[in-house]
Design a protein. Structure first.
Length: 144
């Protein structure tokens, strides 16, 4: 499975549409995803994004839990599945971000796409800058 890699910043138009980077769209298409799954990040003011492969993994893990008598099942299903939305791509490779996701990520006129392997994130570029520095610093420290 090809990973989501690189960091790209695109404009968000007045209608809340943003173009998904072409390499990301190719990966989503290879996974037979008719758009992109998105939900508000639990850890950051960002939007978590992924394709069919990752949602299949999530549901497979949930299948190991009893759907009627497992609080863990319900918590995980609620946190990911009930919060996720499948955003359709238009003919130009754009998605329309729902207002709730724009508000959660504090996105303004631009959106930064951050490739993270099996998923990618959407960030407001100014909010992402210090996070990027902190992540790189942590990576440098953890290698020693």
């Amino acid at each position: 499975m090809q990973p989501f890699v690189s960091t790209v910043t695109n404009k968000l138009d007045a209608k809340g549409r943003v173009s998904i980077p072409a390499p990301f769209r190719q990966i989503l298409a290879a996974q037979n995803t008719p758009g992109v799954y998105c939900f508000p990040s639990f850890a950051s003011p960002a939007i978590e994004c992924f394709g069919h492969a990752l949602i299949t993994e999530v549901t497979a893990r949930l299948d190991s839990l009893d759907p009627f008598f497992s609080e863990e099942h319900d918590a995980r299903a609620h946190a990911i599945l009930s919060q996720s939305q499948l955003l359709s791509l238009d003919d130009e490779g754009r998605v329309t971000l729902p207002e709730a996701l724009i508000t959660h990520a504090h996105v303004g006129e631009r959106v930064t796409f951050v490739g993270m392997g099996r998923k990618f994130q959407m960030w407001d570029p100014e909010r992402f800058a210090p996070v990027e520095r902190a992540r790189l610093d942590l990576a440098r420290k953890s290698r020693s």
